[in-house]
Design a protein around this ligand. Structure first.
Ligand SMILES: C[S@@+](CC[C@H](N)C(=O)[O-])C[C@H]1O[C@@H](n2cnc3c(N)ncnc32)[C@H](O)[C@@H]1O
Length: 425
């Protein structure tokens, strides 16, 4: 029998003490809960979209939530682990791309590291150590103790996939010059480069007196890789869908002798292909793609049959524009390569060639506040070659300095591309 004054242990259960702080990592448990609610809403709306066939799936919103989860649980003092892993991983990918190492892994099935190293004519220990980081980050998959196989992530580095080549372009433009920033800003002052020579890119390539395109142009393989890699930028940065190019076809039906569209610095013609596919009234045979001689030559080798109707013209935009009075001049992702002083030169040649009713379309990034990840990153890549991404105000100032009047700015909802439509001032 329990004495009256004694209380059974089970009765004096302590009241649950509410934890004053629900902190996890650098965030709180409640933050995770609200992210989870947002994620559920997105999943439900995607389910509805798949059933109804309406709307489009915004993967970027889910990626942004995934990042929020990581930043919530991340211990600030531990973030160096992921940062350092990324630094090592990109260096390994760059050298493996150079050695065509990913092409030597079978598309299906696995390969032993020993056999892979033999194919690469490399020391086995080196390949073991380099491939470890790719397995740890999930780019490659480990098979048993001594083998590896592709994942969907590593396959983009095979068969000259534009995304794999674009990785090289970004590595060479964003990372290599960035490694030299400390010395660069020490020597040239803490300010953005003023011209297109003596840039971080020129200095990193030991060619201080040359511009980035002169340096890339010195190596035919680099030119071909650069042009092919631009096709991925085409996908991540919309060409069509947010500006109606149909007026070009309409005007062309009345003015039968005029060139419809001149894509200045148009690379291998990807933008003209996208525009003429989406706006079938624009006759490809009346379109011109201009670029440097070596780009035009390498484009001829990779062009689709349909695109062979387009006139590829070797022309430098530093010279007077030879095609006068075209209905539309188009400049996509050119202005961001240069400072204002150089852009006004390029635009000046186009203004001289334009008829009073010609329109000039500048298709480029529109920097927002706050910036997108892509916008902020591309801007710093451009800083390395003397260029810049621009805000709306920057675009208005540049147009007015160049003798142009902006008749409209059209923005893409999916990414930060815009079309700035201009006429002669
Ligand atoms: C960033 S890429 C943009 C290519 C294309 N417009 C696009 O949107 O994908 C810059 C292009 O400008 C070309 N370019 C560089 N200097 C040039 C010049 N002086 N005259 C004509 N094109 C030039 C490059 O070869 C390259 O194709």
């Amino acid at each position: 029998m329990i004495p009256r004054e004694a209380t059974p242990v089970s009765v004096i259960r302590p009241k649950p003490v509410r934890s004053r702080s629900s902190k996890i990592g650098s965030g709180r448990l409640e933050d995770l809960q609200s992210i989870s609610k947002e994620l559920n809403i997105l999943i439900e709306s995607e389910r509805w979209r798949q059933e109804s066939g309406a709307g489009s799936f915004d993967r970027n919103m889910i990626k942004a939530l995934a990042k929020k989860v990581i930043s919530t649980v991340q211990q600030p003092e531990e973030q160096w682990v992921e940062q350092a892993a990324l630094m090592s991983e990109v260096c390994v990918i760059r050298v493996f791309n150079d050695w065509k190492a990913f092409d030597m892994i079978p598309q299906e099935g696995s390969i032993s590291i020993k056999a892979w190293a033999e194919k690469l004519n490399a020391q086995e220990e080196l390949i073991v150590r380099m491939s470890r980081i790719l397995v740890a980050t999930g780019t490659l998959q480990q098979v048993k103790d001594d083998g590896i196989m592709h994942t969907p992530l590593s396959k983009i580095y095979t068969n000259r996939h534009p995304a794999g080549l674009y990785f090289n372009t970004k590595f060479d433009i964003a990372l290599v010059p960035g490694v030299g920033w400390v010395e660069y800003f020490e020597k040239f002052g803490r300010r953005v480069p003023e011209g297109i020579t003596h840039t971080p890119f020129s200095i990193a390539n030991n060619e201080p007196d040359k511009s980035s395109f002169e340096i890339i142009g010195m190596d035919q393989q680099r030119v071909a890789d650069f042009a092919q890699s631009m096709n991925i930028a085409m996908k991540s940065k919309a060409v069509t869908g947010f500006y109606n190019f149909d007026w070009i076809a309409e005007k062309g039906r009345k003015d039968k002798d005029r060139t419809l569209l001149v894509d200045v610095g148009g690379g291998s013609g990807g933008a003209v292909e996208a525009i003429t596919k989406a706006h079938s009234g624009i006759d490809r045979a009346r379109c011109i793609v201009q670029d440097l001689n070596e780009v035009v030559e390498s484009a001829h080798e990779t062009m689709s049959m349909e695109m062979r109707q387009v006139h590829m013209m070797a022309h430098s935009f530093w010279e007077q524009q030879p095609v006068k009075g075209a209905i539309c001049y188009f400049l996509r992702r050119i202005m961001h390569d240069y400072p204002d002083s150089k852009c006004t030169e390029i635009l000046g040649h186009l203004v001289n060639a334009m008829a009073p009713d010609s329109r000039l379309l500048i298709s480029d990034e529109l920097l927002t506040r706050p910036p997108t990840l892509l916008g902020a990153q591309t801007d710093l890549s451009m800083l390395n070659i003397g260029g810049k991404e621009r805000t709306k105000e920057d675009w208005l100032v540049l147009a007015s300095k160049s003798g142009l009047r902006v008749s409209g700015i059209f923005t893409s909802k999916e990414n930060s591309m815009c079309v700035i439509e201009c006429t002669k001032a």
